[in-house]
Design a protein around this ligand. Structure first.
Ligand SMILES: [Zn+2]
Ligand SMILES: [Zn+2]
Ligand SMILES: [Zn+2]
Length: 144
């Protein structure tokens, strides 16, 4: 996991949230998987051991954790959101459409684009997600 539990608890507290057992379980489930998981898949895994945690709680928890940057939100593959852990600072994603591998990258500043969009549209931009979909190196070899 990219954050220690202590750090996670601190970040949650700073934003007025408690580090509840449910939030701990959801973070652990996301972190323990190699793949990115949809909310439904996370629910399935959590539910096996903790049948008292409902789907609504999972959705709400994922939302909070993603907003605070404790987990990564991905949209690749359509309307369904999925989640994974990764680099702790703001970053973007390369996602393999074949095997689902996610590579985090940073160092590209989109603030100028945000400013321009803001000016042109009057939109107050709070954040952005950037994903590139394609084939990872291993999958390119497989396909060829
Ligand atoms: Zn990420
Ligand atoms: Zn791949
Ligand atoms: Zn960015």
């Amino acid at each position: 996991m990219r954050f220690s539990e202590k750090k996670i608890a601190t970040i949650l507290r700073q934003h007025g949230y408690k580090f509840t057992p449910q939030r701990r379980i959801v973070i652990q489930t996301v972190a323990s998987s190699q793949d990115h998981l949809t909310a439904a898949a996370i629910y399935e895994r959590v539910h096996q051991e903790h049948p008292n945690i409902g789907l609504v709680t999972i959705y709400r928890t994922l939302d909070i954790l993603a907003k605070l940057g404790l987990i990564c939100e991905l949209h690749a593959g359509g309307s369904c959101r999925s989640y994974t852990t990764g680099a702790s600072e703001h970053h973007h994603h390369l996602i393999c459409s074949n095997c689902g591998k996610v590579i985090d990258f940073s160092g590209y500043d989109l603030s100028q684009l945000e400013q321009r969009l803001s000016l042109e549209t009057g939109f107050d931009i709070e954040d952005h997600l950037l994903e590139f979909i394609g084939l990872c190196q291993a999958c390119q070899k497989e396909v060829r």
